[in-house]
Design a protein around this ligand. Structure first.
Ligand code: WTA
Length: 655
């Protein structure tokens, strides 16, 4: 189809302002076929969540469903369970031969691993971790590419009752070092490298650099993925494969308290220091397995489900590892880039494996739109019956394109709003029940109480806009920030008093009570679906000797959501040259990772500031996006803005 025809189709669909009622054929077979569940869950949310917890295998049942409100809520009190047992052991008798993951390496290798095989490998590795001194309550750092050994490592930790801290493979050495030190890890699990766009990502090299600054690390387990020669530290480095060979298959799953930590996952906040988001066992597993089953309408016997995120982010934790495995379903695990070797890689995977459910991010969808319909058009995608979206607001054009050209115009598209902090999806359609509106995440999941408040903390009501809030705790919510309870309270429970959770997103409610998410209202950027704080990038920039001061803003980008623009004042003796520009970009990539590298840098003698010296990022955002300037009355150095504006006039987004 030509790009003109694509535009025409989308325009026609949008002009109708169509809503999409669930097709009868879908509702009839759906796990949740009608709306009664909403009434049930609203009337008695704790009993509803209890029914969801009962879908798991507990070694000991809870006494009380819930104690406490935000910010100190606890769920399934005194219940005992193990996440690894729930994801593996309990499926063995009924479906041990079912494939857990069809793994596809970027260079083209394939490996399908059944639940029995996964169970065996997890047990052996867990047993081997014991021999390295890993104990219940420890935090183990994991820095791996998208290979089967990544979920194996996570589940092995969970089996022993050790928490894992997975660090996304795209992060650089310093980011890894800080995360290891924050959690005080003794063991790091990494690989020689991984593949991305035909290149080798040298993970071991970064890990070695990181560990130089990590006094607590005693052992580094190395998975051989690429087979490249890597530096080897005798006595510290251990080969994964030989550990697994030596480990025993008899490794019982440790009974964990419902409220015991399952993992920590770092995410960006509004300061330079990432936050260690702490998730616990019982509530988290209840939330992810329930939402996964009901929102993706999972039929474990027949579905081939693909969440195309990276396990290094929360989406992968919840919807590649814990949700799908707890539900015993078959997933795709793909290592590499969507355009390697060609721009139809995903569509060829869907055709080959008969994928039925695809879950991805708007940034990917918009990129596929740009690449053109000929790539999906080459493949038979008729196995798809449901599509999902996550990570940022999906614009209606992308939604409609996704449904039309990937879903064959027939599949429901569930737009799912949630966060690292909520652990599981909090706002989303139920595909057999909800009438969809492109661009809206629709309604809170059963048992989730969301609202939109104004600045004064009053509900704005239907038709109004303001800040998204959650007014009642849900089991899968995080419990604290690792080692920083005060920051937990200050960040999330200060705006509206401690009974109301403030996620940091703007939202509006339409006349039907549908939620429309509007993006972050704080200094957190959303770059290609990844959360990056302006402060993190600014700290990395001012860390460079040539930089006196830096301000960073997000600039709207048609594919990536936002790109990063930095305004930098060089120190005396340094000039804002092209060389410095590329040096600074490299510097940020080195400190944080390539994902945080500013797309553009504008050098300026000064930054716009309030009289109290606070940088006015809001105005810089206006400049970066070429808008009329907002209120400038509190600005102390107005003339600098004209200068910055002139220099920014040529800001363009490279194709
Ligand atoms: C944004 C990713 C609009 C939001 C699961 C949130 C969304 C942040 C959506 C969390 C959506 C996520 N519509 N915005 N469907 N999903 N967001 O922690 O701003 O990486 O606060 O979790 O992404 O990002 P995080």
């Amino acid at each position: 189809m030509s790009s003109k025809d694509v535009e025409k189709t989308i325009e026609a669909l949008l002009q109708e302002r169509r809503t999409f009622a669930p097709p009868n054929s879908f509702s009839e077979q759906a796990n949740i076929p009608d709306a009664s569940v909403y009434e049930e869950a609203t009337r008695d949310p704790d009993t509803w969540w209890e029914s969801q917890a009962e879908r798991l295998d507990w070694f000991e049942k809870w006494d009380t469903v819930r104690e406490g409100e935000f910010p100190k809520h606890r769920w399934f009190i005194d219940g005992k369970l193990n996440a690894s047992h729930n994801c593996l052991d309990r499926h063995l008798s009924s479906s041990g031969d079912r494939v857990a993951y069809h793994w596809i390496g970027e260079p083209g290798e394939k490996r399908s691993i059944t639940y029995s095989e996964l169970h065996e490998e997890v047990c052996r590795f867990a047993d081997a971790l014991k021999s390295l001194g890993v104990r219940k309550g420890d935090v183990v750092s994991i820095y791996l590419p998208m290979i089967v050994e990544l979920p194996v490592a996570m589940l092995a930790c969970a089996r022993l009752g050790a928490a894992h801290s997975v660090v996304f493979g795209g992060f650089a050495a310093e980011a890894l070092r800080d995360r290891i030190n924050d959690a005080g890890c003794k063991v790091l699990i990494t690989a020689d490298g991984g593949y991305r766009r035909g290149q080798i990502v040298p993970l071991k090299e970064s890990a070695d650099t990181a560990v130089k600054g990590c006094p607590t690390i005693e052992k580094v387990v190395v998975v051989r993925r690429t087979g490249e020669n890597v530096n080897w530290v005798e006595g510290r480095d251990v080969d994964y494969r030989s550990l697994v060979q030596d480990g025993s298959v008899d490794c019982e799953a440790e009974p964990m308290d419902s409220e015991d930590m399952l993992f920590v996952l770092y995410t960006s906040g509004t300061t330079g220091k990432p936050k260690g988001i702490v998730h616990i066992t019982g509530g988290y597993l209840t939330g992810v397995s329930s939402t996964h089953r009901n929102i993706f309408d999972i039929k474990p016997d027949t579905d081939v489900y693909w969440c195309a995120a990276d396990i290094g982010w929360v989406t992968g934790h919840s919807y590649i590892v814990y949700g799908p495995l707890a539900n015993g379903c078959t997933s795709i695990l793909y290592e590499g880039a969507p355009d390697w070797p060609d721009k139809d890689r995903w569509w060829s995977i869907i055709e080959e494996y008969g994928v039925t459910i695809l879950y991805t991010a708007p940034t990917a969808i918009r990129t596929f739109m740009k690449w053109g319909t000929e790539h999906p058009g080459k493949h038979d995608l008729s196995s798809l019956r449901l599509l999902g979206s996550v990570g940022e607001p999906i614009n209606p054009e992308a939604w409609v394109w996704y449904q039309e050209f990937i879903g064959g115009g027939k599949t429901p598209v569930v737009d799912t709003w949630w966060q690292t902090e909520t652990g599981a999806i909090a706002i989303s359609a139920l595909p057999g029940v909800t009438t969809l509106k492109p661009g809206s995440a629709t309604k809170p999941y059963p048992g989730v109480f969301a609202d939109v408040f104004n600045d004064a903390g009053e509900p704005v009501g239907r038709g109004g806009g303001g800040y998204l809030v959650l007014t009642r705790p849900l089991p899968s919510m995080f419990r604290t920030i690792l080692g920083d309870e005060q920051r937990y309270l200050d960040t999330y429970f200060a705006k509206y008093g401690e009974k109301v959770y403030f996620p940091g997103d703007g939202a509006k409610l339409d006349e039907d009570g549908y939620f429309w998410l509007l993006g972050r209202v704080d200094d957190v950027m959303n770059v290609a679906g990844h959360r990056i704080s302006t402060y993190e990038v600014e700290s990395a920039l001012v860390d460079h000797p040539a930089v006196a001061e830096a301000a960073v803003v997000g600039r709207k980008h048609p594919q990536e959501g936002e790109t990063i623009v930095a305004f930098v004042t060089p120190r005396a003796g340094y000039d804002g040259t092209e060389e410095l520009l590329s040096e600074l970009r490299d510097h940020v990539a080195k400190v944080i990772g390539k994902i945080a590298r500013p797309r553009s840098i504008v050098f300026t003698d000064d930054l716009p500031k309030t009289r109290s010296g606070k940088i006015m990022r809001r105005l810089l955002r206006d400049v970066a996006e070429g808008r009329e300037l907002g209120d400038v009355t509190t600005l102390q150095n107005a003339p600098i803005l004209d200068e910055i504006r002139e220099k920014s006039a040529t800001l363009t987004d490279p194709e």
